[in-house]
Design a protein around this ligand. Structure first.
Ligand SMILES: *Cc1c(COP(=O)(O)O)cnc(C)c1O
Length: 352
């Protein structure tokens, strides 16, 4: 599919996802720098040790950390490690684990059922979670054992730290663990301007799947077990799931580059700023309706079908099956120029 406007060479029209961007320069440089000589395999190399240590500093926690290839695997094996096959995972009905992972969480957990709870702007509510936990106690229904929340959410919104700790408290009171799908965790930290610890372990999160790909890495996510005991035998699970990279340094060295000098937050902050810019422009366009508050790096707009067709015909690439409207995702590589051009094309498309 073309992502360049023929009238405007070099111009990227790609807003389908934040994973359509390339690799950010810092990560690519680190990837190349890692390619010198020999290094121990399976994560026993210096880059991996250093990346883990730096992430522990970032989270102010003596966490157990694993690098895997993608987000579906990270979520699935992390969730599988938290529950037995007869237990269940509570998620929002818009959660990636529910809608976009092809049953992988159920597969890797040997059948743990996902129980979806209603959402508000993509966020679970503590009352919704409590309702699912207390719905049934009989042997015929799976026992809820984990609650998973996505930060930032699939709908471009953010959980405030109080919302996370509110859900965590209910989970803890009922013996559930808390998992966070952080495919866009960087965007959340940059937007909320908080310490990463404040919206994870200090708010009751036990395990975080920290997304690398969407924030600019070539490949890979980090699984962070704040409770080391939960991650005790996790390396076996990684290996069994085909997620233990032998040349681990190529996954971990780019992580090290991202956390150094807060590169990850700079890029995520840029992506958020681009989304905000688009959102502000869209708010001023007659006939365009923002469907959701723009809190991270995604903008969701209700547009009439002919306007969508017009934009797509012009070459703009975006999804319309997530969040109920046109979804425009921004990344570290999104330019201000592209945002301005998109906004003016939306206006033109609506003018008909
Ligand atoms: C992108 C994404 C993932 C991971 O997807 P992969 O394609 O498997 O890397 C997980 N959760 C959410 C919310 C995502 O947006």
């Amino acid at each position: 599919m073309s992502t360049k406007n023929p009238d405007c060479p070099g111009y990227f029209l790609q807003f389908a996802s934040d994973n359509t961007s390339g690799v950010c320069p810092e990560a690519l440089a680190a990837f190349n720098a890692a390619n010198s000589g020999f290094a121990a395999s399976y994560g026993n190399d210096d880059a991996t040790h250093q990346a883990c240590d730096r992430l522990r500093e970032v989270f102010e926690a003596d966490a157990e950390i694993f690098f895997v290839f993608n987000g579906t695997a990270a979520n699935s094996i992390a969730l599988a490690s938290l529950c037995q096959s007869y237990q269940a995972v509570i998620c929002s009905d818009t959660a990636h684990v529910e809608t976009d992972e092809c049953g992988a969480p159920e597969f890797f957990s040997n059948g743990s059922k996902l129980l979806s709870a209603p959402h508000r702007h993509g966020k679970l509510t503590s009352s919704g979670v409590l309702e699912v936990i207390t719905r049934r106690t009989d042997v015929h229904y799976p026992r809820p054992k984990v609650v998973t929340l996505t930060q930032s959410t699939e709908m471009g919104t953010l959980y405030q730290k109080g919302e996370i700790s509110g859900i965590s408290r209910i989970a803890q009171e009922h013996g559930l663990k808390v998992h966070m799908d952080g495919a866009r965790f960087a965007n959340a930290v940059a937007a909320l301007n908080v310490a990463p610890a404040d919206i994870t372990w200090r708010a009751g999160v036990d395990v975080l799947c920290f997304g690398g790909t969407k924030m600019g890495l070539p490949i890979g996510e980090a699984i962070v077990f704040f409770d080391r005991k939960l991650g005790e035998e996790f390396s076996y699970r990684c290996k069994q799931a085909g997620q233990l990279a032998s040349k681990m340094r190529y996954l971990s060295a780019p992580w090290l580059a991202m956390v150094n000098d807060n590169t990850w937050l700079r890029h995520a902050g840029h992506a958020n700023a681009m989304a905000r810019r688009l959102s502000e422009k869209v708010a001023g366009i007659a006939g365009a309706e923002l469907l959701l508050p723009t809190e991270a790096n995604g903008v969701f707009v209700n547009l009439p079908e002919p306007a969508i067709a017009n934009l797509k015909a012009t070459g703009w690439v975006f999804y319309t099956f997530i969040g109920g409207g046109a979804r425009f995702m921004c990344s570290w590589a999104t330019t201000q120029e592209a945002i301005d051009h998109l906004a003016s094309d939306i206006e033109r498309a609506l003018a008909g």
